[in-house]
Write a protein that binds this ligand. Structure first.
Ligand code: BES
Ligand code: ZN
Length: 405
């Protein structure tokens, strides 16, 4: 992918610039290269701790690396550059560290992962109700905003409209009697994340979560560029909306709780999922599993439809199990393996806290959508396939029912 190529260029750029020169006066890509190489000037009066220095963000390029303070302008340059980073300003570093040292959550989750699907009798009737047409309608609404950039007014409007849509679905639930709830999760920036919950009969049971990022980005012009973000990641968002709609309509009453998350700020460094997962971790919520939906609609012409399960920063046992759902419940698509090689989406937030995550992706890297992060990531391309995306809604329903019933 082109992000990787750009990073490679940055990584291999000569770092001849003296360590204490101010990076702000340099061409952006040079100081970015300095940052990546760890030779950038860091203001001595800025301590990399939480909540300090308004207008500054803490970023890191690798998990576990020391956070580097950057200004908002510098962060904007980073967003444009395609260089990959985590924004950890909102993350309680201490909590992340403690969890990582303990690192027993994955093993807990591993023990609970079934070896094969067993709930066909309940899952198949719900899958039969899933609508491809609803994906289209819901996506048309999401892509009607100029951008869903996490700092934009239209991004915030899109989240509020989603909240209203989910509330309507929740209030139409037959006999769910308060078991379905929808809320927004506020952030320090304008656009909230949105959370929908279906309570379990065992209220304190481990939660099964499906998540997708709602924000979009025009990488060349984040603040004012057009970004419909149809595939990245309107597609994953509408999968979750339709799965929620039909599970609620079916009166789904799981044993253990399930949750649907629509994150803000993924494109700016996994911000929303970092905030939500850290808050869950601090509250000691038991998590069963997390499934990430990010890009589900691109089908390269002339290729076999496949779901590429991302093999890095995910749980191997959970991935093996989720792959088994594909021949059981989906049609015309095969399960294969893909990798990001870096913290490319929100599964990394959950994974870094020791929770079991799985990430089924629209294809393999070779056939991925080349239009993401530009104004041309729309649903009008012939390679944008609602039929392909529809298979992912089935996967969401199967995953939630198999793991939470
Ligand atoms: N959907 C992408 C990640 C992606 C792109 C996965 C192509 C697989 C193939 C995601 O929204 C994204 O753009 N992530 C950023 C990283 C993030 C930490 C800012 C990226 O890949 O540059
Ligand atoms: Zn993206």
């Amino acid at each position: 992918m082109f992000h990787q190529l750009l990073s490679l260029i940055l990584l291999t750029a000569p770092h001849a610039i003296s360590a204490c020169q101010s990076h702000v006066s340099k061409p952006p890509l040079l100081w970015l290269a300095d940052l990546r190489a760890g030779s950038a000037h860091i203001d001595s009066d800025v301590t990399p701790s939480l909540g300090e220095a308004p207008g500054r963000r803490l970023i890191r390029f690798e998990e576990g690396a020391t956070p580097i303070p950057v200004s908002l302008d510098e962060k904007l340059e980073l967003e444009k550059s395609g260089l990959r980073y985590f924004d950890v300003t909102e993350v309680d570093v201490e909590v992340v560290f403690r969890e990582r040292i303990a690192n027993d959550r994955s093993s807990l989750a591993n023990r609970a992962i079934p070896s094969a699907p067993t709930h066909q009798a309940q899952v198949k009737p719900v899958i039969a109700t899933l609508s491809q047409a609803n994906l289209k309608t819901d996506l048309a609404e999401l892509t009607s905003y100029k951008t869903r950039y996490y700092k934009s007014a239209t991004g915030a409007s899109s989240a509020n409209a989603l909240l209203a849509k989910l509330q309507t679905i929740a209030s139409s639930a037959p006999g769910t009697g308060g078991a379905v709830s929808v809320s927004s999760f506020a952030h320090t920036w304008g656009m909230p994340s949105i959370i929908a919950k279906i309570a379990g009969t065992n209220a304190s049971g481990a939660i099964t979560i499906v998540g997708a990022h709602l924000d979009s980005i025009n990488q060349a012009n984040p603040a004012s560029g057009v970004s419909a973000g149809a595939d990245d990641n309107g597609s994953g968002c509408v999968n979750l909306i339709e799965a929620f709609r039909k599970l609620v309509a079916a009166g789904f009453k799981p044993t253990n709780p399930v949750e649907f998350h629509w994150y803000s700020g993924e494109e700016a460094g996994l911000l929303g999922s970092a905030a939500v997962s850290t808050s869950y971790s601090k509250a000691n919520k038991a998590i069963n599993a997390y499934m990430n939906l990010d890009m589900t609609a691109w089908l390269q012409t002339g290729t076999t439809p496949q779901i590429g399960f991302v093999s890095d920063r995910t749980n191997a046992g959970l991935t093996t199990f989720t792959k088994k759902l594909v021949p059981e419940y989906l049609s015309g698509v095969i399960a294969t393996t893909d990798s990001c090689g870096y913290a490319c989406s929100d599964h990394a937030s959950w994974n870094s806290l020791g929770y079991a995550a799985v990430y089924p992706f629209e294809s393999i890297t070779q056939y991925e959508n080349p239009n993401i992060h530009t104004a041309t990531d729309t649903s009008t391309s012939v390679q944008f396939s609602f039929a392909h995306a529809h298979e992912f809604t089935k996967l969401v329903v199967a995953f939630l029912m198999e793991l939470a019933l």
